[in-house]
Design a protein around this ligand. Sequence first.
Ligand SMILES: C[S@@+](CC[C@H](N)C(=O)[O-])C[C@H]1O[C@@H](n2cnc3c(N)ncnc32)[C@H](O)[C@@H]1O
Length: 280
Amino acid sequence: MSNHASEVIRGERFEFGANWRRFLDSLTPERVAKAERSLSEMLGWEDLRGKRFLDVGSGSGLFSLAAYRLGARVHSFDFDPQSVACTSSLRGKFSANDDRWQVEVGSALDATFLGRLGSFDVVYAWGVLHHTGDMWRALANMVSLVAPGGRLFLAIYNHQPLWTPPITLLKRIYVASPRPVKFVLAAGSMAFHATGGFVKDLLRFKNPLSRYRNYDRLRGMSWWHDQLDWVGGYPFETATPEEITSFYEQRGFRVERLALCRPGSSGCNQFVFLKEPADG
Ligand SMILES: C[S@@+](CC[C@H](N)C(=O)[O-])C[C@H]1O[C@@H](n2cnc3c(N)ncnc32)[C@H](O)[C@@H]1O
């Protein structure tokens, strides 16, 4: 049995891939276009022609597809076989299994596996390394994957001293629970977030439904699937923006772009780092 399967059976890991499989049913050309735009805007490149792109923890495969359509040579991997199946199905559907796009099972914690991948112009690990079970080791493993002059694009959950411990406990309980309890926890969490959003929008005189209609505006994702990912996404770790930036500054990177979540939010901070070229 794979490490992934035994962690799921022991109630220590969320099955991200099963959630991604359901998300792919709702994938539209508009969502793919939004994913492409979010990638090129954050990276500051109009297209990725001639670039080598590594998608670490590719999930649904949407961002591998976006990078492929922007012209990159793409290598995708994920620890969850169902995520790999999702990414492979997008590769089959949209690239006719072109060898400019490779997909495989692998772990961001497996130094031997990573060592044979080589280096890349873009390493993309969006919402992944905090779910590995050893975030700081996974963050360190990204360093040698980025070619000099290349970019590292990360999203990492924001640390909140008050909220991180109970949120971690909620996710831990979710993954260890039988299906009916999971259902109650997911419904409760969605109701909590939906009610909070509704009240905030009313107080700001905004239409409370527009946040759901426009949810996919930024990355092409869906509110429903992101909510499930949020309540169940375990293993789970967090970091402050300062911890992440100083970690990479000490390892020869500099910040190119930051998109920080609202203070006090339990969302992700996004970082694009540039690895200093070899000659300084
Ligand atoms: C929240 S999803 C993000 C997916 C995708 N990067 C995106 O932006 O939509 C996290 C993904 O990380 C994967 N993952 C967790 N641990 C991993 C590891 N050690 N190595 C590679 N992928 C991992 C999960 O299987 C899941 O598909």
